[in-house]
Design a protein around this ligand. Structure first.
Ligand SMILES: Cc1ncc(COP(=O)(O)O)c(C=O)c1O
Length: 380
């Protein structure tokens, strides 16, 4: 200790639930929310509807492709020219790697490498799925391609690039997939979020349908229409033009995914800290613990106390870089050397803090598998 673990029995249950939630759609794995080659491989082999990976950097796509994975959609545009050149080489040698674009600048770099290599590069266009309400931008700030007219504009410009083909589109509705609507003690906010989600869904699903239909009837037979994330699986599954849904976090079910009203996955991944000192009666201090999740900060980005039930972190110290104190007044007798179990707020980021995941099967520790970090890889 400290150590991170994955409980394979709970992971198996999450796999079944995710397949059910997705109806008959194919599911692409969001590697950023998994960050272990072993788990990616395990989930991909568990059912034929799991197909392909959504990578988060070009370097990662190269590494995965050299480690036996294929069908790699890079979920975010890259301007890492060294890595893009290698990717084009891999595409020329028959690998299926699809770079993401939302601007001619990224597409032009790829086109130059493809021209040099004498191959075609199939790209994916990221379409912004956010909705602007009066004074509220409901969504994230990523792609500038929002409307059908924006799409028409960029596909016209793409025609000038001789070695680029548009074969896929992706739209990530972050405001639905990544935003909880069932936060304890926030009744008013939950209600407002649910209402905004409903209205936004009408807006983006209509836009996506219109865009896909236009592309398909204007000479672009799209191979991939990618949508969604763990929090929006059912809604993405309802859109007939969507061909696949990206899912990552639902496999580990970290703390932030407790805050959704319409699904519940099981906490299959967590970490264990060891009590190393007893500063005062009912106070226990562990070694390590400062694994705070990225994004807008706040208490919900801290680790979630898990077992034994009733562990309370301290407001002033929080989860520290080297020491984490907490109060416990429950039934267990805790002493120096004992383990305390926590969950990370997000899924993949925990793997950046540990070289290994300790694998549990039938409540027994059976082996250790490496994380990306344990493989010597830290992509972002
Ligand atoms: C482009 C994109 N697709 C899908 C996802 C969904 O991932 P998850 O299932 O881990 O929420 C994300 C997460 O941030 C994303 O950025």
């Amino acid at each position: 200790m400290p150590l991170a673990f994955v409980d394979m029995d709970l992971l198996d249950e999450n796999i079944v639930t995710i397949l059910k939630r997705a109806g008959d759609k194919r599911i692409r794995l969001a590697s950023k929310s998994i960050r272990s080659k072993f788990i990616l491989d395990y989930v991909l082999k568990s059912d034929p509807r799991f197909q392909g990976i959504m990578c988060y950097t070009a370097d990662e796509a190269i590494w995965l492709s050299e480690n036996g994975f294929d069908d790699l959609l890079i979920g975010y545009p890259s301007m890492n020219t060294g890595a893009l050149k290698k990717i084009v080489d891999k595409i020329a040698s028959g690998k299926k790697i699809i770079p993401m674009i939302d601007d001619m600048v990224q597409a032009t770099v790829l086109n130059e490498f493809a021209k040099e290599k004498g191959c075609m590069v199939d790209v994916c266009l990221d379409i912004d799925m956010s909705t602007d309400f009066p004074r509220i931008h409901f969504g994230v700030f990523r792609s500038p391609i929002h409307t059908l007219d924006d799409v028409k504009g960029i596909v016209d410009q793409l025609k000038t690039l001789s070695h680029i083909r548009l074969k896929s589109v992706m739209g990530y509705e972050a405001q639905i997939a990544g935003l909880g609507d069932h936060i304890d003690g926030a009744r008013f906010k939950n209600r407002a979020v649910r209402l905004l989600k409903k209205r936004s869904h009408k807006d983006y699903s209509h836009r996506r349908g219109e865009i896909v239909n236009w592309l398909n009837t204007n000479g672009y037979s799209l191979e991939i229409v990618n949508a969604g994330g763990t929090g929006s699986i059912e809604l993405s599954a309802e859109e007939p033009w969507v061909t696949e849904i990206t899912v990552g976090s639902g496999f580990y079910a970290p703390g932030l995914f407790d805050h959704y009203s319409h699904f519940k996955h099981l906490p299959s991944v967590g970490f264990v800290l060891q009590i190393v000192r007893l500063p005062k009666t009912k106070y226990f201090t562990c070694l390590g613990g400062g694994y705070i999740a990225s994004g807008g900060t706040g208490v919900i980005k801290q680790p979630y106390p898990y077992l034994p039930e009733g562990i309370e972190p301290l407001k002033n110290e929080g989860f520290g870089e080297v020491q984490t104190p907490f109060i416990y007044e429950g039934k267990e007798t805790l002493k120096i050397g004992d383990p305390i179990i926590f969950r990370h707020a997000k899924a993949g980021e925990l793997c950046e803090h540990f070289n290994y995941l300790s694998v549990i099967r039938n409540d027994k520790l059976i082996e250790q598998i490496t994380t990306y970090r344990g493989d010597g890889k830290s992509f972002l």
